[in-house]
Write a protein that binds this ligand. Structure first.
Ligand code: NGS
Length: 418
């Protein structure tokens, strides 16, 4: 309408001018069409969502962040997209704020405003990542009370790179600092309904200082990520060979006895996340999370690595029959899981290496299992029988200190594997 009117006005001037005005109008229309097309294309690509940190921060802390993942329409970007991005962005330095700008102490205080007690949520919410625009209009619960809205796909209080702290305060100070964490190491947002219910399972023995350091770094990050989470520490009793895989299987079984979880993050006690955009949510495909570790100069040692920190949905973990139980001592159990994943037609996904970064705490290396390559080679014929299917253990102690749920477990070695 506006265009037609202005042409008519132009039409009563001189023909020479009219020709020019038409040209200008055609250019404007073409430019508008191009703009519209481009913005649509950006939406469809949806790899990066640019957003500004919560304005409740002091002005000097306002930063614009780029997040890889699922935000608004960005939700339609799959993890595979992210994985593709990781190749092109591995060395990108365009992202986020510097670690020095977000201290551990600041993170701890930002928890206070962003999270508290558990919320209810159906297990189908694991698929919420595929449908992030589906939300919020129908917030009435069965009894008529008003439920909070579904949390945004991109948590609004993320800070990007974080300064890892390797010297946590003593336990009681830490318990006081994390006022929003509930007994047993549970956290969830109060302002919205979490999209994911996530169990964090930490296989453990003999490294209490490492555990404290991990908790000090992990709780604030998980709270900012608006997850409904619980940390389970599964400790192996005795002094025999450590069996990391079996402890993770026990964590899976015991966590599900407490309540339904959409997914599991299996977390070595010595790895500290360096960026809170490394979201601990439920992956469409099994996700290897500790992509870039300082000890390996932030390079992935090999493409099938699934050790360190990894995430799987409850269904996928069940589908692969959990981890193998035959790997006593260091090494091989994660490679066997990678084989299980592939055998089921799944694949390992990853966030970009400039986000999925960790610092490793130093410790004495465990004795490697001399039979690990042999077991790896023969693994395929045990996939159905060795794992959750033949897991045997005894819970010696179960406790709920403030910051985690703790199991002391006696593992029963499975019958001699073939
Ligand atoms: C491989 C191990 C994996 C282990 C990875 C990284 O060699 O279990 O190193 O280990 N595989 C075998 O030994 C067959 S790390 O240096 O991070 O402890 O996860």
């Amino acid at each position: 309408m506006t265009v037609a009117a202005s042409s008519a006005v132009a039409g009563v001037v001189v023909p020479w001018h009219r020709a020019h005005i038409y040209k200008v109008l055609v250019c404007i229309v073409l430019a508008l069409i191009a703009l519209q097309y481009l913005s649509g294309a950006i939406d469809r690509r949806s790899i990066e969502t640019i957003f500004t940190i919560n304005t409740s921060r002091p002005p000097h802390q306002h930063r614009t962040l780029v997040i890889y993942g699922t935000g608004g329409s960005a939700a339609s970007g799959s993890e595979d997209d992210m994985q593709d991005e990781s190749a092109s962005n591995a060395s990108s330095s365009s992202i986020g704020i510097r670690a020095s700008e977000a201290s551990g102490a600041k993170n701890a205080s930002s928890i206070e405003s962003s999270a508290a007690g558990p919320t209810s949520k159906s297990s189908s919410d694991v698929n919420a990542s595929n449908n992030n625009n589906n939300n919020n209009n129908n917030n009435n619960s069965d009894d008529g009370s008003r439920e909070p809205p579904l949390c945004p796909a991109v948590p609004p209080n993320l800070v990007g790179p974080i300064a890892v702290s390797k010297s946590p305060p003593d336990l009681s100070a830490m318990e006081r600092a994390f006022a929003r964490v509930k007994q047993g190491g549970r956290g969830a947002p109060v302002e919205c309904r979490a999209r994911y219910r996530v169990a964090i399972v930490v296989p453990f023995r003999d490294r209490f200082p490492h555990l404290m350091t991990l908790l000090y770094n992990l709780h604030p990050l998980l709270l900012r990520q608006q997850l409904d989470y619980q940390i389970f520490v599964v400790e192996q009793e005795g002094t025999g060979q450590f069996n990391r895989a079996m402890l993770m299987n026990v964590g899976y079984v015991e966590a599900l006895k407490e309540r339904p979880f959409d997914c599991f993050v299996f977390h070595d006690v010595d790895l500290l996340p360096e960026d809170d955009r490394n979201i601990y949510n439920c992956p469409e495909q099994p996700r290897h999370m500790s992509v870039a570790i300082d000890k390996f100069l932030y390079r992935l040692p090999y493409s099938d690595l699934f050790g360190g920190v990894s995430a799987m949905t409850t269904n996928h973990f069940r589908m692969v029959n959990g981890f193998s139980n035959v790997f006593w001592g260091w090494g091989g159990e994660d490679d066997d899981m990678a084989n299980r994943i592939k055998s089921r037609g799944l694949h390992i996904s990853r966030y970009p290496a400039n986000i999925a970064r960790y610092k490793m705490l130093t410790h004495k290396k465990e004795k490697a299992n001399p039979k690990r390559y042999e077991f790896l080679k023969s693994g395929k014929k045990r996939f159905l029988t060795d794992g959750l299917a033949n897991l045997q253990y005894e819970i010696m102690v179960k406790k709920r200190p403030k910051l985690y749920t703790w199991f002391l477990v006696r593992l029963t070695p499975p019958a001699q594997p073939s």
